[in-house]
Design a binder for this molecule. Structure first.
Ligand code: BES
Ligand code: MN
Ligand code: MN
Length: 457
């Protein structure tokens, strides 16, 4: 094991250069004009995985390809680990807010700035390098491994469930390991106990046959902009709770142990508020900020479109208004059920004189970890060895919809061990990854495979 860690230290400079090459490829899954780059990113990754010693295939899907790497030399008695990550990234816009260009990785103050550095190329690559370190130093791995890297996570993984279903035997494993989340604080390794799900919609309100003069017609008919505002306002009550009837029926009340663990974390509302440059925080009453972020659901407008928004005044009644509205979900809610509840609510609150149309964009179910058992224990020990301090439990406010689907379809628990840091600007300008965490992450994962191997499957 010490050879493996020495190898990582000695090769860190090269690992970083390679990561920079990966980050230079603009694999923006959401934009079809970048399809060739996204495919190139998959090829690049496949070559690096093969160079590390895995058997690799780039498998087409209806969308962006899946890169699958395998190493099964540890034998039938060793556990099989499925490592999942994504090589696609979010669009980088607005470009003018980046200090250095998003696809020209640049190091400043111990941070690697680039789109995808933290989410998720940098973290996915940590796994590839940890595997390489084992294979290069001992010629083998302590576990059997299947690496699955997808190129559509940032667009809701539309083709991954069918891929998993078509390849259940090939993906069969004892445990799933994912590094696509963060640590609670610098120097404080973390293990996730949950992820929120997602239900994302467009609400369209349609009115008259066309836009109309607001003096000639105003006062005689419903304005879709006004109605959409009322609909949005109807989604919350004055306690910050979501006011859709039945919405909380499936919301899990978390156990006191988890709530105590959350309360024990070194968090300051004041510092959090100041870091966001806000006068006040807000949210559902009766819950602390971390609880609101991790174990309570939300409903948020993500975008609005209506009427005249350019320079100056135009007196017009728009005949169409649209809001993008997403819900973050917690166990045991499902996106399918939330859609039904929202449909019923919209029927209830829509006045005569407009029609409302609900379009579903994408969804994903929430996840709750099984925080006991040998694999979770192995992860806790590996993080402690690499960081010199015990990991803390934390929740994930974001969503990785495939996690729960893996667990159910492959009948294996997922371990979420992430290395990005608070403030690392996921999905925003100036996304970064700490150089120190890149190194410690690779070390942690190398130790983790070793410890997973020792569990005996
Ligand atoms: N890596 C994130 C998910 C994440 C971020 C989990 C921070 C926990 C903490 C992932 O790439 C992501 O951005 N997921 C999307 C969902 C997807 C369906 C578009 C998200 O959470 O918005
Ligand atoms: Mn991600
Ligand atoms: Mn993301």
């Amino acid at each position: 094991m010490s050879d493996t860690l020495t190898f990582i230290e000695a090769n860190l400079g090269r690992f970083r250069e390679e990561l920079y090459d990966f980050l230079r490829i603009p694999s923006i899954s959401a934009k079809s004009e970048f399809d060739a780059e996204t495919a190139r990113s998959a090829q690049w990754l496949a070559e690096r995985m093969a160079a590390a010693g895995l058997e690799v295939e780039v498998l087409p899907t209806e969308g962006h390809p899946v890169v699958l790497g395998e190493w099964r030399g540890a034998g039938p008695d060793a556990p099989t680990v499925l490592i999942y990550g994504h090589y696609d990234v979010q669009p980088p816009e607005p470009l003018q807010l980046w200090t250095s260009p998003p696809f020209e990785p640049t190091e400043r103050d111990g941070r690697i700035y680039a789109r995808g550095s933290a989410d998720d190329k940098g973290q996915l690559y940590m796994h590839v390098k940890a595997l390489e370190a084992h294979l290069a130093t001992s010629g083998s791995l302590p576990v059997n491994v299947v690496v699955l890297a997808e190129g559509e996570e940032e667009i809701g993984s539309p083709n991954l469930v069918p891929f998993v279903d078509a390849n259940v035997e090939r993906l069969a494993c004892d445990v799933v390991v994912i590094s696509d989340t963060g640590m609670f604080a610098e120097g404080l390794p973390s293990l996730l106990f949950s992820l929120r799900g997602l239900a994302y919609f467009e609400i369209h309100v349609h009115g008259a046959r066309s836009d109309l003069h607001s003096g000639e017609f105003g006062g005689a008919l419903k304005n879709p902009g006004n109605v959409l505002s009322q609909i949005i306002a109807s989604l919350h009550d004055d306690q910050g709770r979501i006011a859709i009837p039945g919405f909380y029926d499936d919301v899990l009340e978390w156990d006191t142990t988890t709530r105590e663990q959350i309360a024990a974390l070194p968090h300051s509302d004041e510092e959090f508020r100041e870091s966001l440059e806000l006068g006040a925080l807000a949210g559902e009453q009766g819950f602390g900020t971390l609880e609101r972020l991790w174990i309570r659901p939300t409903c948020d407008v993500n975008g609005l479109l209506c009427g005249y928004t350019e320079e100056g005044a135009k007196t017009v009644l728009p005949n169409h208004a649209m809001a993008k509205v997403s819900f973050r979900l917690v166990p045991q809610q499902s996106d399918a059920n939330v859609k039904e509840l929202l449909e019923a609510h919209l029927r209830e609150v829509t006045p005569a004189g407009v029609t409302v149309e609900l379009k579903e964009l994408h969804g994903g179910r929430p996840w709750k970890a099984s925080v006991e058992g040998p694999y979770f224990q192995a992860a806790a020990e590996a993080l402690e060895e690499a960081f010199g301090t015990k990991p803390v439990p934390m929740g994930g406010g974001g969503s990785i919809p495939i996690v729960v689907e893996f667990e159910e379809r492959l009948d294996a628990p997922a371990l979420l061990v992430g290395f990005s840091l608070p403030g690392c600007n996921l999905h925003a300008p100036d996304e970064w990854l700490s150089v120190e965490n890149f190194e410690k992450g690779i070390g942690s994962l190398a130790i983790l495979y070793e410890k997973l191997g020792a569990t005996g499957g």
